[in-house]
Design a protein around this ligand. Structure first.
Ligand SMILES: [Zn+2]
Ligand SMILES: [Zn+2]
Length: 369
């Protein structure tokens, strides 16, 4: 196992800019998760536990981390899988000396990897752990669930490493040869003029090599599609566009790398009756001409299932709003209200008798005026 190839940030599942507190937190969580006591007889967990400790050992030490970061900048690692191909390849940088890396045990191997690359003029095949990709997923939430909080069940399609070929894409026992498409470099460049972008080679998927016989289980992609059902907690009062990040629920990492995250964007479905504005609820209730003119009592439902009796006074104008206190959404220790807007419905057709009465009303009104 070459330490030089490990992406310690990916192992801890933290960003390159993560501060000490974030690293500490990530380490604690993972160490607990993979602790041998919690995973008796599980060699994979034991291996992960070791890696997590190793990553923390470097990243929690400012000196070691600095040196490690310098190594990363040099492009000595095949980090990020396909993404690595989009970075300009770096060989050596001025101002960087061997002494800079003293005391960082196990890192001497990095040099051979840099020099190998320099000699062959091609990046080495990524062999270290690669963190899985993040997966973005929009999730529709029923209006009431968003208002009151709850859970929604989502089905997410995730690429998992193929168990048959362990992600290599080759049939077990097959021989490998350099990819003809990218001449074994793992990347191809697109673009024209002075501007070219390196992309992972589509033929070998950035692996530099192709198997003589592809894995039958995954068709040579090294990945299999898996549907995963996940229960997502919906925070009380969540609004459309709000996101939650489920750490480690994204694509599986490769070669022991940490999994990516699942990033969920909520979209609140509309309700046929209720509307929301922050913590307040709005409804529109129709009343007829007589109710608005003479006054009446109407029943109004709330999101909490209550039926509130509202007194509509005589002479209520269209668009008048009434407030039902405390029947909105509870957020941050405060509860919103429900607003009821009165819509006066004008009859579209009248019976003969009704029409006669309205005409009487009109005559009476004119006389008064
Ligand atoms: Zn496979
Ligand atoms: Zn290729």
């Amino acid at each position: 196992m070459t330490k030089a190839d490990k992406d310690y940030y990916a192992i801890l599942g933290v960003d390159e800019k993560a501060d000490d507190a974030a690293i500490k937190k990530a380490y604690r969580g993972l160490a607990k998760q993979y602790h041998p006591d919690a995973n008796p007889g599980n060699p994979r967990a034991a291996e992960r536990f070791k890696e997590v400790g190793e990553a923390n050992g470097v990243l929690s030490d400012p000196q070691k981390r600095k040196k490690y970061d310098q190594m990363r900048k040099l492009g000595a690692f095949g980090f990020g899988g396909p993404r690595a191909g989009s970075r300009p390849e770096t060989t050596a940088q001025p101002g960087f000396s061997f002494e800079d890396l003293g005391g960082l045990g196990g890192f001497s191997e990095i040099f051979s990897s840099i020099f190998d690359r320099g000699r062959k003029g091609q990046p080495s095949r990524p062999s270290g752990p690669l963190r899985g990709d993040h997966v973005e997923l929009p999730v529709e939430v029923p209006f009431m669930t968003a208002a009151k909080g709850g859970k929604v069940s989502v089905s997410v399609s995730i690429n998992e490493e193929c168990a048959t070929c362990l992600g290599s894409g080759g049939a077990p026992g097959t021989t490998w040869k350099n990819c003809a498409e990218c001449k074994g470099s793992g990347s191809v460049s697109f673009g024209q003029g002075g501007f070219a972008v390196n992309r992972p080679c589509p033929a070998c998927m950035g692996r530099s090599e192709r198997p003589a016989k592809e894995c039958g289980a995954c068709g040579g992609s090294g990945k299999v599609h898996q549907k995963r059902k996940i229960q997502v907690s919906v925070p009380v009062g969540v609004q459309s566009g709000a996101k939650v990040r489920l750490t480690g629920q994204g694509e599986r990492g490769r070669k022991g790398g940490a999994p990516g995250d699942l990033i969920i964007t909520f979209k609140v479905e509309p309700h046929r009756f209720f509307e929301r504005e922050g913590a307040d609820i709005h409804v529109t209730v129709p009343v007829n001409l007589a109710q608005a003119t003479l006054g009446s009592r109407i029943r109004v439902g709330t999101i909490w299932g209550k039926r509130v009796v509202l007194r509509v006074p005589a002479g209520t104008q269209p668009g008048t709003r009434f407030r039902i206190a405390g029947q909105g959404i509870s957020r941050d220790g405060k509860t919103g209200d429900q607003y009821v807007e009165i819509k006066v419905e004008i009859p579209e057709s009248l019976t003969e008798e009704q029409e006669a009465r309205i005409r009487e009303f009109a005559t009476a009104a004119e006389m008064k005026w």
